[in-house]
Design a protein around this ligand. Sequence first.
Ligand code: GLP
Length: 242
Amino acid sequence: MEVVIVPDAAAGGELIATAIADLLARKPDALVGVATGSTPLPIYQALATKVRADQVDASRARICQLDEYVGLPAGHPESYRSVVLREVVAPLGLDASSFMGPDGSAEDIVSACAAYDRMLADAGGVDLQLLGIGTDGHIGFNEPCSSLASRTRIKTLTEQTRIDNARFFDDDIDQVPHHVITQGIGTILDARHLVLLATGEGKAEAVAAAVEGPLSALVPASALQLHPHATVVVDEAAAGRL
Ligand code: GLP
């Protein structure tokens, strides 16, 4: 695992956007897995800036989603589909046909999860998967104790994650769904390159546990230790416990 310490979130965003630009130069139709939350936003902004400046041709890029809330009505502004379309797909000048994600409003969620894993495999697999990290060490929505071999499936959020994410729902925890679909840890590990970005002091403990602690289902992000090509980019605050 490669750990890169950058001065701040903007520098992390720039570094990772450059890595995605390099990937698209080598493979114009690369499948890029994106994460939600606030941390990766500087990556998407830096990449969109490069596209607008014609420094990268993203016109054939394909984008896929890491996880999704279950039960939000179609088009809800905080469904991860809406977030990815708004924050990534549109700013890169792509349309919804270049995007794939799990169907959180499906009647048969179990089949929707299996269908998404198949979709990713049929698309040739994920070339680069971006990840954030939860304060409890989760990746995607794989909460502590998730199987390290898990595939895309439905999960129940912990109270802490619902509290952390209430800021996207008018600070009202009652609006935060209890259930989610997430790529499993095994699914995530199938990507050819994993890039995790963590910024801010609040992530320092989770980063230290993931990078320097033992491999453990209690810290899902420690699964990156199993991957042959994993890059962890942290700002100085998030590197504070390393
Ligand atoms: C959610 C997402 C994760 C993300 C995490 C941290 O739980 N499912 O993919 O990494 O939030 O979000 P933030 O970057 O806003 O701290």
